[in-house]
Design a protein around this ligand. Structure first.
Ligand code: IPM
Ligand code: MG
Length: 356
């Protein structure tokens, strides 16, 4: 197949992990005889420096014209002034909104070879396979913001349509899994949660009678993710709860660096990015973990490019390399040797070729 892929490395370790992801994509193309045309664009701090905006018009055109977009990370010490009119994170939020990718899908799957990297006991980690479906283009992230000398407010608002389409995506994804959905809210305090829960009850009764729906308060969910993570199948939640809970959930796997994500709309053109940030503390050292980004390439092949076999091959190669004991610093046991970002990427490509 032939496809146009927009590549937005962004800032910090974003450029380093994207380089490895592109090597893997190249290998997939060679092995399967596919043609992936990659076109690079600017986003975040790099875009502010080079084009005067965190989300320049050229990047918007690239993202909207591509079959899929692969993104590294944005942000860094150079652009941290929270009072500045433009910030790297603003560019990312604008990209998500422009693409209309309302559902951010973040798989959290533990790997026995990585149990040591998690602060939790191995018996808690066994069999953890969670799919978090996070609302991505609404809620408090996008509500009206106000600031006076003496106060500030961020509006959290959701429409019935925004909630319904996300819950429907979660229900549909649950059908390909264990048919359990945990809807996370704060119904005892928030009006948006009361609407959310009412819609969930009604929608699942009407359209997903074959899927078990439970409701969990967000504070309890934060606890249950540690006490009974293996019980969860699909978790569906609003934007900020999902942001917080997925950072927490990444520690089940062992590191933020391992987690990929797909941001989807109903048109199949997704945005793919690791869940981690630009990690300024380790940027430029060549020690970042590229697995989250490489696994995001797998999600891109599956969800936007119709290549599920190639996606599974990448996932198997990452698993094989982890099983072989290769570790970047974030997942290496204290005192053991860690490999570089490029060594990790090379090893995954080698496994991919060997298995083809
Ligand atoms: C994420 C990140 C972003 C978010 C930031 C960089 C704006 O934390 O993708 O989880 O909050 O969505
Ligand atoms: Mg986050």
């Amino acid at each position: 197949m032939a496809a146009l892929i927009g590549v937005l490395p962004g800032d910090g370790i974003g450029t380093e992990v994207i380089a490895e992801a592109l090597k893997v994509l190249d290998a997939v193309a060679t092995i399967g005889g596919h043609r992936f045309e990659t076109r690079h664009g600017l986003i975040g701090g790099a875009a502010m420096d080079a084009a005067g905006s965190s989300f320049p018009p050229a990047t918007r055109d690239l993202a909207l014209g591509a079959d899929a977009v692969l993104l590294g990370a944005v942000g860094g010490p150079k652009w941290t002034n929270p009072e500045a009119p433009d910030r790297p994170e603003k560019g990312l939020l604008e990209l998500r909104a422009a693409m209309g990718v309302y559902a951010n899908v973040r798989p959290v799957v533990t790997h026995p070879a990585l149990y040591d990297a998690s602060p939790l006991r191995p018996e808690r980690l066994r069999g953890v396979d969670i799919l978090v479906v996070r609302e991505l283009t609404g809620g408090i992230y996008f509500g009206e913001k106000r600031r006076t000398a003496d106060g500030a407010s961020d509006l959290c608002s959701y429409s019935r349509a925004e909630i319904t389409r996300l819950l429907r995506m979660a229900g549909t994804l649950a059908r390909g899994r264990r048919r359990k959905v945990a809807s996370i809210d704060k119904v005892n305090v928030l009006e948006t949660s009361r609407l959310w829960r009412a819609i969930a009850i009604e929608l699942f009764a009407r359209e997903f009678a074959d899927v078990a729906l439970e409701h969990v308060l967000v504070d309890a969910a934060a606890m249950h993710l540690l006490s009974r993570p293996a019980d969860f199948d699909v978790i569906v939640t609003e934007n900020m709860f999902g942001d917080i809970l997925t950072d927490e959930a990444s520690m089940l796997v062992g590191s933020m660096g391992m987690l990929p994500s797909a941001s989807l709309n109903d048109r199949g053109r997704g945005l793919y990015e690791p869940i981690h940030g630009s990690a300024p503390d380790i940027a430029g050292q060549g020690i970042a973990n590229p697995c989250g980004t490489i696994l995001s390439v797998a999600m891109m092949l599956r969800h936007s490019l119709g290549l599920p076999r190639e996606a599974a091959a990448i996932e198997a190669a990452v698993a094989a390399v982890i099983e072989s004991g290769l570790r970047t610093r974030d997942i290496a046991a204290p005192g053991t040797r860690a490999v570089s970002t490029t060594a990790m990427g090379d090893a995954i490509v080698t496994h991919l070729r060997a298995a083809a």
